[in-house]
Each structure stands twice: as structure tokens, then as C-alpha cells.
Design a binder for this molecule. Sequence first.
Ligand code: FAD
Length: 374
Amino acid sequence: MLSNVLIVGGGLAAQRAAETLRARDHRGPIRIVCAEPCAPYDRPPLSKELTATGFRPPSWYAENEVELLLGRRAAGLDLAGRRVITDDGSLSYDSLIVATGAHPRRLPGLAGRPNVFELRSVADAVALRSVLVPGARLAIVGAGFVGQEVAATARGLGVDVTLIEAADVPLAHVLGPRLGGWFAELHRAEGVRVELGAGVETALPAVAGAPVRSLVLADGRSLEVDAVLVAIGVVPETRWLAGTPLAGGVVVDAGARTVVPHVLAGGDVVRGCEHWEPAARLGAAAARSILGLPVAPAPPESFWSDQYGLRIHLVGSAVGADAIEFDGAGRSFAAALHRRGALVGALLVDRPRELPVWRRRLADALSQPERNAA
Ligand code: FAD
């Protein structure tokens, strides 16, 4: 019998899983069930161009016999019966790939207001784009990569932007204070007001349906706004897995296998996975595991961001780095990150051609930690 693969969630991980299954001659049915009404698309352009690009033309799904069940939401998982419960019935599987991504974290006092936005879907991007007109006052709560990218995009549209971050340095938990500080200066130089160490008062009076006209910062100052983007990170989308061993967090091995037989997972739904490259890799790994094919070990982590025309790459990790070595300065540099003498990561600003070199250096360093630490 041909094995029936059901993929829940229709983003990058789902797309890579489906493509890999067909490329590796899986002949059984493949179904993608997705809450969104459109075929899988790429999310990074949402914050850079406020638009989305489909991974494949609609004809690809028909030609490859990948059935798209769009606008349908998984609501539960019956492990014993190998069925996913949806909002309008149920779907059986031989192998299940959990690829429901993540949803944005919300601020209770701001959620549901008409001029408060989040950015995860193409619908979110369309809504946000409609208010980004020259002179509009946009407050972005959260100076992570998504918040920063929208700040850069909005400045390009002539919007008056304030970036509000509760921590003293943006991205300090990812990049450390020195490199995080570089990002704060980049935005200031582009005319963004950057408020650091400045949480937003969320206990706003709940006026149902009323727009937010001013935000109160933790130090008591108030900020007049026309629109607010809340970009304070994401939470893996596991609500539909309640009552299963995956509800508290989806953990996978290198082959994207979960602790539950016949259930694999890839992408942002997996604990600790929030970026494009690991989502693509785990989606493909899930497919390979279903087919019994070997899976290559994961390369060093990597992430990119685009801001003010600069391509920024982080390879490896800056967490715990105790020394930084710079090659270049200003808006074009490579910062090598070391821990106890060993290379653990690199931040590249406007050095896209150096990326393969740093990937190799890092892979070498990570494969020979003793020699590097010597
Ligand atoms: P997603 O792409 O989120 O897809 C999950 C899908 O599952 C969604 O369509 C969702 O509606 C659907 N779904 C959720 N729950 C259910 C349910 N119960 N039933 C059915 N369907 C469901 N990464 C980088 O490395 N570099 C970048 O520059 C970058 N920029 C980004 C900019 C933005 C604005 C965003 C939002 C993300 C960005 N990322 C970036 C992260 C990257 O896009 C994600 O890591 C990637 O999209 C994760 O893919 P995924 O398949 O796990 O989840």
C-alpha cells in the first residue's frame, strides 16, 4: 500500500517536505491542510517588501499531485486512530508532518484594537501596508529582527517610526550588547526614534474596538501614534496538539522525528527553531525520514536580515561570545565571534560574498573545538 502523508500547516517546512517527497519518488498521496486560504508562500518578504511570494505556481501542486486543503484548520490529533481532527471533519494519515509554524506573541492591552497590527501572514502585511503612508506615526513594539525590518521598510515609505524595546540593547540576547548597539545606531542614523529600556504600559483601558491614540512608556512618557505594530516574538503553534505528548513543545531529532511514532515535525513549531534555514532543512528531513533515507547532520545555524539596503547574516551563534574581531567598520564589516579562543559565529554586514567562507570556517571550528580552543 502507498503510504499516505498528511502535512498540517502550509508554510516553508510543509512545502519543502512535499517537494522532497515527490523529488524522491514518493508515490502515495500527499495532502497539505492549511488554515490560510492561499498556497504556501515565503514569509521573509512580508517585513521587507510588505508582500509575499508563492513558492510555486498553482499548477505545480496539480502536476505533482500535492492536494492543498486550504482554509481548513487542524483542531486536534487522535494518535490512536491516526487522524487529524479539523474544523470540518477529520483526515487520516500513515505519516503526519506537523508544520504549523508559530503565532505572534500579543500584548493583552493592545490586542484587538483596529490600528494595532502583527506581522505573520500576507493578510497581516496587506493590513499594515495600508496605514504606512508618508507622515503616519508608527510605533513598533519590539526591536527584534522583524520589528527592525519593518522600521527600515516604513522609513523608506516616509513613515515617522518609533522603535520601542524593553531591553537596554536591541537583540542583546542574540548578538550581545556591542553588536546589538550597532543596530540601535543604524536605525537612529536613518531617522528612527529608538526607545530602549522602555516597555509599553499594557494595562490600557479596554475600550472595545477603539483605536490606540497614545502609548504610555514604562517611564511614564506618552507617545502619540497613528498605528502600532507589536513584534515581540512568536510562540510555536501547538494549540491543536493539546492532550498529546507534543502539547508542551515539539522536540525533534536530526531526522525531524518526534517522540510519537509516525509523527514528524519541522519549522517554527519545533522548539528553538525560528528561522528560514532550519525550517527548510527540517521539512526536507521529515520527508527523507518517512522514505527511510539518510539525513545529513545540521550545518551551523544561519539567519539573514535586510535593512536599509544592507544584507546582514548571522552564522553560528553569538551567545556567550567573549571576544569580537572586526574586519571593516561602519556599514560593511565581518565580526568574528569567539568564545574561549574558538570561533563560534560571525555577523556579516554587507558582506554577502563572504558567507560561504565563514560557513566553512565555522564548520571547521565546530568540528575541531579542542584545536581551536588551544
Ligand atoms: P509558517 O511559514 O509560519 O507556516 C505555518 C502555516 O501553518 C501557516 O500558513 C499557518 O496559517 C498554518 N497553520 C497554523 N496553525 C494551523 C492549524 N491548526 N491548522 C492548519 N494550518 C495551520 N527567517 C530568516 O531566516 N530570515 C528572515 O529574514 C526572515 N524574515 C521573516 C519575516 C517575517 C515577517 C516573518 C513572519 C518570518 C521571517 N523569518 C525569517 C522566519 C521564517 O519565515 C520562518 O522561520 C518560516 O516561515 C517558518 O516556516 P514554517 O513552515 O515553520 O511556518
